[in-house]
Design a protein around this ligand. Structure first.
Ligand SMILES: Nc1ncnc2c1ncn2[C@@H]1O[C@H](COP(=O)(O)OP(=O)(O)OP(=O)(O)O)[C@@H](O)[C@H]1O
Length: 210
């Protein structure tokens, strides 16, 4: 379980959001909402360890403080606007790199299957810079499914996806949650399962001090 108390969001030295709590249990997803600039990406990036996280307390599966942050870093997968992919590498090489970093020695079979499932066989050998936005996002989502991390932190996961890919992602998310995974997601789009997903609304940036 993820339990963060008195979380404060800052970006570039500016306070965005003050003093809110966040909890996620096994099998739960939370939709992060808010206007442009409210701090949705900042929240996800902070939890992913890409920016400082200011909170009174952070617990992860019974651990606290530094031990919790270190364990969390090993068990999360972050998908940001740039999908965490290398532009010069092919889709296959990107996935291979991600899985080998995670300690998998022979990932080729699983990667080939994931590329087929994502409808990416035709572009699997092209450098990422030659792929469309939607194709890149499909590679990013394939990485997400392949790395089997417990906590998914997803910034606009539906962006640039066509209807079939959205449905596919939604099915994967449902499976992830059934298996005890957790997910924190931001989106501007209507979510296919929106009625059943709890929401966290960020109030927006605080006015700058005079
Ligand atoms: N690299 C940066 N340096 C300083 N400030 C930044 C940086 N990136 C974003 N910000 C500021 O931080 C605030 C929150 O940005 P963030 O990207 O978290 O918002 P968001 O809710 O994800 O927005 P959007 O819906 O537009 O994606 C914004 O006011 C933005 O101007």
């Amino acid at each position: 379980m993820l339990d963060v108390t008195d979380l404060q969001l800052t970006r570039g030295g500016r306070l965005l959001c003050d003093g809110f709590d966040l909890q996620l249990r096994a099998g739960e997803a939370l939709l992060v909402e808010g206007a442009n600039g409210a701090g949705k990406s900042t929240l996800l990036r902070s939890l992913a360890g890409l920016q400082p996280l200011h909170a009174q307390r952070l617990c992860w599966n019974g651990l606290q403080g530094r031990a919790a942050r270190e364990a969390l870093a090993q068990e999360l997968c972050f998908l940001g606007h740039r999908d965490g992919l290398h532009e010069a590498l092919t889709a296959m090489e990107n996935l291979d790199h991600a899985l080998r970093l995670g300690g998998e020695a022979q990932p080729a079979g699983r990667i080939a299957q994931a590329l087929r499932d994502a409808g990416l066989q035709a572009v699997a050998q092209a450098p990422l810079r030659r792929l469309s936005q939607g194709q890149r996002r499909r590679v990013g989502l394939a990485r997400l499914a392949l790395t089997r991390r417990r906590l998914w932190l997803l910034d606009e996961p539906l962006a640039a996806l066509d209807e079939a890919a959205r449905q596919d992602f939604n099915d994967r998310l449902a499976q992830h949650l059934r298996q005890g995974g957790m997910a924190l997601l931001s989106t501007h789009d209507p979510w296919p399962t929106a009625p059943s997903m709890p929401r966290l609304r960020l109030p927006g940036a605080q006015p700058a001090a005079a």
